[in-house]
Design a protein around this ligand. Sequence first.
Ligand SMILES: [Zn+2]
Length: 141
Amino acid sequence: MIEYTGERITKVEAERREALRLARGRRGGDDCVYIFELNARYDLDGRTRRNVARLINHSCAPNCRADTIRGHIWIIARREIAAGEELTFDYGFAFKEWRQHPCRCGSARCAGFIVNAGQRWLLRRIPRAERAAAQRASRGL
Ligand SMILES: [Zn+2]
């Protein structure tokens, strides 16, 4: 449907940029994640204005999914999408980083944090108070 384009970078470079992103977030700047895993060796950094797909938000109940097809990342509809409906996909972040990615997608099935669907159940093992504290910390409260 729409290709997620960007710069092909090594894992080492992706880690360097991730550290920069976290530092930027701590200073109150843009800490959005645009780096996508391409394969075992390379990632794709979609932080470029030309990559319109970078504006697609995460949802815990998304209407699209991201597929890697022959080295390209495609955002593909999972169902019929109405005109004017916001496009979303599951960012699929690893459970171990749950604290860094609180979710406010607003869906009825929102897990509270952006964690890939396969690992989302692990969030339920975290005490409610700890999850609430992580949500507050992310809003700078
Ligand atoms: Zn959510």
